[in-house]
Design a protein around this ligand. Structure first.
Ligand code: BEZ
Length: 200
C-alpha cells in the first residue's frame, strides 16, 4: 500500500499512528508530497480529485481518502474492530471524538494557512478568531471527558490534533488552562506510535 502524505500533515499522522498501532506500518510505503491550496500536486490529484492528503493506494489498485476512511480500512485489514469499537456507546463515543478532534485539526490547519500562506494584506482577523473559538471550545469540551481507556480512533484523533497544536502553535499553551487533557496528552505521547511520528 502507498500513502500520499507529508511528515507534518496531522491527518497523515493519524493514518501512520493507526498503522503502527495495528502492526501494519511495514506494509505502508510513504509517498511524500509537498502541497498547499495554492500549490496543488498533479499526481496526487489523479488519485484524489480533491488533491488532499492523506490518500491511500491499496494493493487492489483503489484509492481511499480521507483519514477516517483510510483508518477504518486499515482496521478492517487488521481483523476489524481493533481501533473501532464494534457497537454500542463506546463506538459512538469514539466516532464523536474523532469528529471533534478532526474539527480541531481542520480549524488549526486553516489558521496555519491563513498565517503562513495568505498574503498579509488579505488576512481576516475575525475569521481567524472564529477558528480559534472552535478550537478552544472543543478543547474545553475534551477537558470535561475522561480520555482514559482504549487508544481507539477517537483517542488517536485527539492525540494527533493536540500534536498539531503543539507543533504549529506552541504559544497557545492550552495545557496550562486544561490540566486533565494536558496530563493525558503527556502520557499518550510516550506511545511508540506517537513518538515515531512526531513532526520535527
Ligand atoms: C503543515 O505542515 O502544517 C501541514 C501539512 C500538510 C497538511 C496540513 C498542514
Amino acid at each position: 500500500m502507498k500513502l500520499f502524505s507529508s511528515p507534518t500533515s496531522p491527518f497523515a499522522r493519524k493514518v501512520r499512528v493507526s498503522a503502527l498501532e495495528l502492526g501494519l506500518a511495514e506494509r505502508l510505503e510513504l509517498l511524500e508530497v509537498s502541497l498547499s491550496p495554492v500549490n496543488p500536486h498533479a499526481t496526487l490529484r489523479e488519485h484524489n480529485p480533491l488533491g488532499k492528503i492523506p490518500a491511500l493506494l491499496t494493493d487492489a489498485g483503489e484509492t481511499l481518502y480521507d483519514s477516517p476512511v483510510i483508518c477504518e480500512y486499515l482496521d478492517a485489514l487488521a481483523g476489524g474492530n481493533r481501533l473501532w469499537p464494534a457497537s454500542g456507546p463506546a463506538r459512538w463515543q469514539a466516532l464523536r471524538r474523532q469528529a471533534l478532534a478532526d474539527g480541531i485539526t481542520d480549524a488549526a490547519v486553516l489558521v496555519r494557512y491563513e498565517s503562513a500562506a495568505r498574503p498579509a494584506q488579505l488576512r481576516w482577523t475575525q475569521w481567524t478568531d472564529g477558528q480559534w473559538l472552535k478550537i478552544r471550545t472543543a478543547l474545553e469540551a475534551l477537558e470535561q471527558e475522561s480520555l482514559d481507556g482504549p487508544f481507539d480512533i477517537g483517542a488517536i484523533s485527539v492525540a494527533c490534533a493536540l500534536g498539531y497544536l503543539a507543533f504549529r502553535f506552541p504559544e497557545e499553551r492550552w495545557e496550562e488552562r486544561l490540566p486533565r487533557l494536558g496530563a493525558w496528552y503527556t502520557a499518550v505521547s510516550e506511545r511508540p506510535s506517537l513518538a515515531a511520528t512526531r513532526p520535527a
